[in-house]
Design a protein around this ligand. Sequence first.
Ligand code: NAP
Ligand code: MG
Length: 403
Amino acid sequence: MAKIIMKTPLVEMDGDEMTRILWQWIKDILLVPYVELNTEYYDLGLKHREETKDQVTLDSAEATKKYGVAVKCATITPNAARMPEYNLTQMWKSPNGTIRAALDGTVFRTPIIVKGIEPYIPTWTKPITIARHAYGDVYKNAEIRVEKGCKAELVVTDAQGNETRELIHDFAKSDGIIQGLHNLDESIAGFARACLNYGLDLKQDVWFATKDTISKKYDHRFKDIFQEIYDNEYKERYEAAGIEYFYTLIDDAVARVIRSEGGYIWACKNYDGDVMSDMVSTAYGSLAMMTSVLVSPDGIYEYEAAHGTVQRHYYKYLKGEETSTNSVATIFAWSGALRKRGELDGTPELCEFADKLEKATIQTIENGIMTGDLYLISKLENKKKVDSKTFLEEIKVNLDKMM
Ligand code: NAP
Ligand code: MG
């Protein structure tokens, strides 16, 4: 069988620890036999980030802007313990943070659903994708502890030095605390467009919610920007696609989410997204079954798994012990990137391969062959736990039947 050709390169960002091992095996077993892989390779492993003084991360982000699609392996974000382990000269920043800043992107996280792994909310039969606004609010705040007897005000000074003041609170009777938040119209608009574009991509409704009844200027601004952009730029395309943009209050939204069957994108303000993405991913069963894609407002895509480098398994692997690490989210990062490359290049055979790879992966688990994390929670009767590499080989058996 002739291998599938890739017209345009894909940016490949290699990573660290156990996921780096899985990365190579996924390529060797599930990709290279079928696809003439055309990638521009960047090694974001911590060793090479140190060697290049993190230039490689910036270069990989620039390449992503150039080619439009990237696939990324999990990487170590250094902490104090990593300094001696990797002989670091600096505690390099999180590559994900650097890439997100360079692309001004929004992260969408989607669970992969398989029979036997049942969500804690039994009605969630379709995935809920969470999009988190990654700028401002409480994550870029200013805070002051205030002593009794003080008065706190918001002060805005314009370019001519004129002040606008608003009383926050008169702390006449007690000590207390204050907090200053901000956001930018431009950032909110970029977030709105990324979410509304992704809705069109997935042909799914987009939900958005804030507390605009209480926060009549701050949260209301989010609501207004989303609505304006939807009405002016997306309404017609949404109606043609048979999908909708839906706004409601955040407390109404959480109640509806719990009662829903899933199958939509939930756009969240920064703090809501932080909290809700952990709740939703736990409710679907396993972090190892969660995919993540960073989408820029101008339509650049970077695919990855939502989990980290699975350090504990890597140390077992180094000692020669058997590991049973789940590669599903990393496989789906590759399939997502290949499908997007195929869509952009007009090569349907690449998209079909991505579909088959995902099907073969899901089929393997639904046939009862799975890694240890899933074995613990699967409700299937004839289930079998296999090691990291055998799992990939079993997927290949199913994939070969489809090719
Ligand atoms: P982690 O790698 O996500 O792993 C935490 C635990 O979750 C593992 O020890 C394992 O539990 C389970 N787990 C996660 N993914 C799994 C998989 N694919 N298969 C089976 N089990 C899985 O998080 P971490 O240990 O806190 O972080 C390790 C490194 O990853 C850190 O250096 C961190 O900076 C980095 N990180 C990177 C990213 C990224 O690049 N996007 C994201 C998060 C963290 P058991 O040990 O119980 O089996
Ligand atoms: Mg969180």
